[in-house]
Design a protein around this ligand. Structure first.
Ligand SMILES: [Zn+2]
Length: 396
């Protein structure tokens, strides 16, 4: 919600008036100097939107504020051109509404377009959420990183490396929405008061690593050539892409990392395939490169790559993982019921490479159980299981 600065206003005053944490207001206005607010300058207030109210006979600011549960000065602030002593029936007022419900509905087929729309909505309501492009997919779709918080502990999460595991994207987005709601409303998640974590944790989320693949699984082959002809050829003419994990060129993005890549390549398909083709070399695909570049420049303290299925969490690679990995995975397991597995006979994945390069905790979280793509009727349960893992990442 945008408001215009009046004489004597301050971020601190807005924080009191709207009951929104001061740090969230400051971070929602990165270009505004809080000590030098200019008259008439636009300031963004997170956690609110504006609706309209049409004046009826007998209305006054005081009565309206009482009826709507608002501080009267909110009405003055949002209606600078209105004379409250001369309200006209039929006149339209701006009225602020606190956001107390999530806007992300994760339990639905979640294409890259759905993700883009949700990101726009979240940024509109929560301008302290930062979004930036870290690359483009093969077909040119934006690869987006979202950041929230300004803490020293940097936690990275990513979803949908694998196309038919796209449910990981809405799980991450709905979880993020839950966190944003709790921040602006100073509320708790499962009894945990989350406000302090905004200052102690920097959360980095790439909700959809493989948007071309996700859209292929959900919507079928793209109309754009040569992709349409190529994916149908790779899929041997089969119009059903539900078994597809790769990117649009038939490369498995989670087999693209230089962590025993040669050993993985030797036993995997040697040409584009719906799944498991590691590419002609490590890091040939723009989606894998974007994640590698982001990771190399971000100094993440830990990374969680979300996949489905099996309700297990892989946490080791060649003994290179630090002792902290075990402590964390035991805590994830305790809150989610998922089973920790140290080693798996599969290499060249993102978490393998993360552990190898930084010797920091890296995890592959396998949400849910069944056949990919997991049915949406598992969504609510998966969301709850992962919410515990999310909270552990704030606390520990
Ligand atoms: Zn996977």
């Amino acid at each position: 919600m945008n408001i215009r600065v009046r004489r004597g206003d301050s971020f601190w005053y807005y924080s009191q008036l709207f009951d929104i944490p001061l740090n969230l207001i400051a971070d929602s206005n990165p270009g505004v100097s809080p000590t030098a607010l200019q008259l008439g300058q636009i300031v963004r207030i997170p956690g609110y939107y504006v609706t309209f109210y049409t004046i009826r006979p007998g209305d006054t600011f005081w009565r309206l504020a009482n009826r709507l549960g608002l501080n009267m000065d909110m009405l003055y602030l949002l209606n600078p051109a209105v004379n409250p002593l001369a309200l006209q029936v039929g006149q339209v007022l701006n009225v602020p509404v606190r956001v107390v419900n999530p806007v992300v509905r994760g339990r639905r087929p979640y294409t890259s377009a759905a993700l883009t729309a949700d990101i726009s909505q979240l940024i509109e309501i929560y301008p302290f959420l930062r979004s930036r492009k870290i690359g483009n997919s093969v077909m040119g779709k934006n690869l987006i990183e979202l950041q929230v918080g300004r803490g020293a502990k940097r936690v990275h999460m990513n979803g949908s490396f694998h196309a038919n595991e796209w449910i990981t994207s809405p799980v991450l987005m709905q979880t993020l929405n839950t966190y944003l709601l709790a921040l602006t409303n100073r509320s708790d998640i499962r009894g945990l008061f989350v406000s302090p974590f905004y200052e102690s944790v920097l959360l980095s989320i790439v909700p959809m690593v493989n948007p071309d693949g996700v859209d292929l699984v959900i919507e079928g082959p793209p109309s754009q050539e040569p992709y349409r002809t190529n994916v149908l050829a790779i899929n041997q003419g089969n119009p059903d892409f539900s078994g597809w994990t790769a990117n649009i060129r038939g490369v498995d993005l989670n087999n693209q990392y230089p962590a025993l890549w040669e050993e993985e390549a030797a036993r995997k398909p040697d040409q584009p395939s719906p799944r498991e083709f590691p590419g002609e070399a490590p890091l040939t695909e723009p989606e894998a490169i974007a994640l590698a570049d982001l990771t190399a420049e971000s100094d993440f303290d830990r990374a969680l790559a979300y996949h489905t299925q099996g309700k297990v969490i892989y946490w080791g690679f060649q003994g290179l993982e630090p002792p902290e990995s075990q402590t964390l995975v035991n805590e994830y397991a305790r809150v989610s019921g998922y089973r920790p597995i140290r080693y798996v006979d599969s290499f060249a994945g993102y978490k393998d490479w993360f552990i190898q390069e930084w010797r920091r905790p890296g995890f592959t979280v396998e949400l849910g159980r069944g056949v990919n793509p997991l049915p949406l009727n598992q969504f609510d349960q998966i969301y709850e299981e992962n919410l515990g893992i999310f909270l552990v990442n704030l606390i520990r």
